[in-house]
Every structure is written in C-alpha cells, then in structure tokens.
Design a protein around this ligand. Structure first.
Ligand code: AKB
Length: 318
C-alpha cells in the first residue's frame, strides 16, 4: 500500500483514518476524497492531497486513481442506519451504485479495495449471542441490505476478477474527533459529550439492549492490519467479524459514573433506532479474524471511557 484514495475522507472514520495513513505511510500519496457538501478543512486539507470524488461518479474516481497512481481504495462513503431508513433509495444509490463504480475502477486499474460492512448486516433471524462469522444474514433495514449486498459483490469481484477486496464488519464506533451522523449506535458517542458538557444524558436506546462497540483507534488499526495479512491465510474476505466490547446503556452509564459520580441518565426511547438495535446481534464472535490475520483489540469499556473523558474534559474545559 503506497498511494491510497480515501472516499468519504471527511466522515467519522475517514477523517481519522486519512491522518493515520499519512503518518504511517509518509512517502505515499494519501488522497482525501470529499464531496463539496462535506469539504476538507484544517489539518486534513493541509497535510496532503485532496480531490473532489463523488462515489456516484465513476469517471471522477477513475481520474483520481490515474492521477495519483492509486493502488488501494478505502470506500468509506455511506449513509448510517437510521438515515438510510429515512432515505432508502439514496442509501442504495450510494452504498451499492457507488460500490459498483469503485469495484469497476479497481478491476481496470488493479487496485485493492476496502469497503466496511457492519453488525447491521445481520438481522432478527441471526443467532444473537457470539454471532458466528458464517451465519444467517437476513437484515430488515436498508442499511443492512446494502451491507450484505456489498459483502457479496466484493467477494464476487475477488473470485471472478481477482480484485483484492478485504473488509470488516464494524460494531458501533466511538471516537472524540468527528461525530457520527445518523447511526443507531451514536448514543454511545453522545453520552460522553453530554456527560462532560451537561453532566446528564437522555438515552434513546432502552436499558438491556446490547450491541457490539469499538473505540476508534482499534477500528483504524483493523482497517490497516487487514491489508498486512498474508492473502494465502485468508479463508474469508468480505467481511470479517471483529469485536472488542459489548454493552447496554446501563453499562456505559455505570462506566462513566465511576469516573464522574454526579453524572445522571434518563431514558426517552427513539422507536426507529430501538427497532434497528433489536434486530442486530448482542455480540459477535471474531475468532476467524483473530486466526486468519491476527486481529486483537486493545481497548475495553473502562480504558475507552478513561481516554474519552480525559480528551473531552481537556477540550471543553478551555
Ligand atoms: C450505525 O449505527 O448505523 C453504525 C453501524 C453499527 O454500522 N454505527
């Protein structure tokens, strides 16, 4: 991996991943692809090249791949689950129309491709606890439909055309850099901001609703390490279960309260998000990722909470 195009570089994952790749591949060209509605700014803009790349425009992708001699494309453009329910046609257009464009350019220009899948690729008929790598995937959300289709399409391009596609199924991602927009797991980010800024939080997800979550530094490492794996050892490609922690709102509340005893939480359940959350697994079995490419998380709920609170307290005390 040397010259990389990141489509969706200004989003929750892209903004941090672009900076990480620029620090670990200093001699490469790490191109921040963005759309005018979400422009590159600040450090992201100043630390390397950036180009307008709308995933629904195949020619734009091909031109940037050609210009920078790109060998790897990270396709991070997507609508998150709750927004995708409000705009299902757009979610398909970006998630699958866009992925088709990326895979075709990758086939012609011989690029590797990473397109994240999600715990949202599972549905109510999937085994809920320690969900296996290979199992029933019958999601009931448009987000999930695009994620399963994307997994299948990416595997197809590998088997049929030899495109080096690799991917992980992300849990809810928690970070203190760029806010997520419109996901079901967003509450687990918002709770930290509200704890520090207001000392109280109104939770939109019911107590007892477990979902897998992950701290962003682990997620970013997974996106890079999966491409360091020896391809001969990969029995799976699209997409690997990865996991680090599973909790419900009461558990994250308790973890924050241990460090901020005056913090309070009440509930006002958002039925759309609650319905989506209940259709997803409680926790994933990530043993295939551990065996095939050495995946191992570094953060658990308590170490993540310590880090999140210290960064946010420092930021908002100024
Ligand atoms: C969402 O909640 O939509 C995402 C996801 C779990 O894929 N964070």
């Amino acid at each position: 991996m040397k010259n990389v195009l990141i489509i969706g570089s200004t989003g929750q994952i892209g903004s941090e991943f672009t900076m990480k790749l620029r620090s670990i591949i200093p001699n490469g060209q790490i191109v921040a692809g963005y759309i005018p509605a979400a422009p590159v700014k600040g450090e992201l803009k100043e630390s390397g090249p950036s180009e307008i790349v709308d995933i629904t425009n195949a020619q734009q992708i091909a031109d940037v791949v050609e210009k920078y001699d790109v060998d790897t494309i990270y396709n991070l453009a997507a609508l998150l689950s709750a927004v995708a329910e409000a705009k299902p046609q757009l979610a398909w257009h970006i998630g699958i129309g866009g992925l088709c464009n990326v895979l075709e350019v990758a086939r012609e220009k011989k690029c590797a491709v990473f397109t994240p899948s999600s715990i949202g690729s599972f549905g109510p008929s999937t085994p809920k606890d320690k969900t296996p790598q290979d199992t029933i995937q019958r999601p009931t959300t448009m987000y999930g439909v695009t994620k399963v289709s994307g997994e299948l399409l990416s595997d197809y391009y590998f088997k049929r055309f030899g495109v080096d596609t690799r991917s992980v199924r992300f849990p809810g991602l928690i970070s203190n850099v760029t806010l997520p927009g419109g996901g079901t797991t967003d509450y687990a980010v918002d709770i930290y901001y509200k704890a520090v800024q207001d000392g109280s939080f109104v939770c939109p997800i019911k107590a007892g609703t477990y979902m897998d979550m992950m701290y962003m530094p682990d997620a970013l490492r997974a996106m890079y390490e999966i491409f360091e794996a020896d391809p001969a050892k990969l029995k799976h490609r699209n997409s690997f279960n990865i996991a680090s922690m599973s909790f419900d709102p009461e558990m994250i509340y308790a973890a924050i309260k241990r460090q901020m005893p005056s913090f309070t939480m009440t509930y006002d359940v958002d039925e759309l998000r609650q319905g989506i959350a209940e259709s997803w697994p409680n926790s994933l079995d990530d043993s295939c990722a551990r065996e095939e490419w050495g995946w191992k998380p570094e953060y658990d709920l308590d170490t993540m909470t310590t880090d999140m609170l210290s960064v946010l307290k420092e930021r908002y005390s100024k």
